[in-house]
Design a protein around this ligand. Structure first.
Ligand code: CP
Length: 302
């Protein structure tokens, strides 16, 4: 299928958090008010992998900005007749859509789509495989900036659980590094540690040791859909050694917060009895997700 000349948008695709740089992140997470409306802007939400938070918050954000939103059910699309995902994206872009919000289980698929469409339709990566989830990282940075009274360079942030399969962890580590955080604790079993540990991070294979002196912990679920080779029982057993409970939160600094990108698997990575505690910021993250995605969509026209 040939590339089709569409509208010539100026704003770069959002494929990863590094695309924004420190100033870009600061602008997005510090903006005080909505800068513009996108009346008549056309946004398509193409989710080739399941989602609740990202999909609906992008939809709400785009509609609040005055956009026309296409949110097709891809299980009833011509993909079922054999059309490729990339050809589906090109087809929807050819209808005059300005921005495509894209989720895929294939790492690097957002970059492939951006390569296919060029500058004519902006791709916003809403999570691609184990690679990147930039708007989740922006949301998490927004929460940290607003809930943690320290400067970025003094902040200590932990990430616990199935880090090696997590695009949330990858993009958050990149984002924290860009903002100047230089102490990240990666807490999980050896099998779930990243293959390369960034300079600013320290691996911990013991939950209690890793939590000491932290200002925030980001809890990740076991992404069992990306570990099909392992029996579910084995995944659950690994996870239970790192399940966050009230006694663990007490090991962190006073005022420390607990974050989770969702979906939460109750009593697997986190004790359900602590979910209503004020130090839990999960619903704040969800609410912030709408604000951040509005700003990202509107950035196209700033
Ligand atoms: N955090 C996150 O990406 O959640 P969803 O899969 O529900 O979008």
């Amino acid at each position: 299928m040939e590339k089709i000349e569409l509208r010539n948008n100026k704003t770069p695709h959002l494929l990863d958090i590094k695309t924004l740089g420190k100033e870009g992140i600061e602008r997005i997470i510090s903006a005080k008010r909505r800068e513009n409306e996108l009346n008549g802007g056309k946004v398509a939400l193409l989710f080739f992998e399941d989602s609740t938070r990202t999909r609906l918050s992008f939809e709400l954000a785009a509609k609040s900005l005055g956009c026309i939103v296409l949110s097709p059910n891809l299980h009833t699309s011509s993909i079922q007749k054999g059309e490729t995902n990339l050809d589906t994206i090109t087809t929807i872009a050819a209808m005059g859509v300005d921005q495509i919000v894209l989720r895929s289980s294939k790492s690097g698929f957002a970059a492939e789509a951006a390569q296919q469409l060029g500058k004519h339709c902006r791709i916003l990566n809403a999570g691609d495989g184990t690679n990147q989830h930039p708007t989740q990282a922006l949301t998490d940075l927004y929460i940290l900036k607003n809930a943690c009274p320290k400067n970025w360079s003094d902040m200590k942030v932990g990430i616990t659980g199935n880090i090696s399969h997590s695009r949330v962890a990858n993009s958050l580590i990149d984002g924290l590094g860009l903002m100047g955080v230089n102490a990240i604790h990666l807490i999980g079993p050896q099998q779930w540690q990243p293959s390369a540990i960034p300079d600013i991070a320290t691996p911990f294979e013991n939950l209690e040791a890793g939590l000491a002196d932290l200002d925030a912990i980001v809890v990740l679920r076991a992404q069992w859909e990306r570990m099909k080779e392992l029996p579910r029982q084995q995944i659950t057993a690994l996870q239970h050694e790192f399940r966050l409970e009230a006694k663990h939160v007490r090991l962190m600094n006073d005022g420390a917060i607990v974050m989770h990108p969702g979906p939460v698997l109750r009593d697997e990575e986190i004790d359900a009895s602590i979910l209503q505690h004020p130090y839990i910021k999960i619903n704040d993250q969800v609410a912030a997700g709408v604000i951040i995605r509005e700003r990202i969509l509107a950035q196209n026209y700033s």
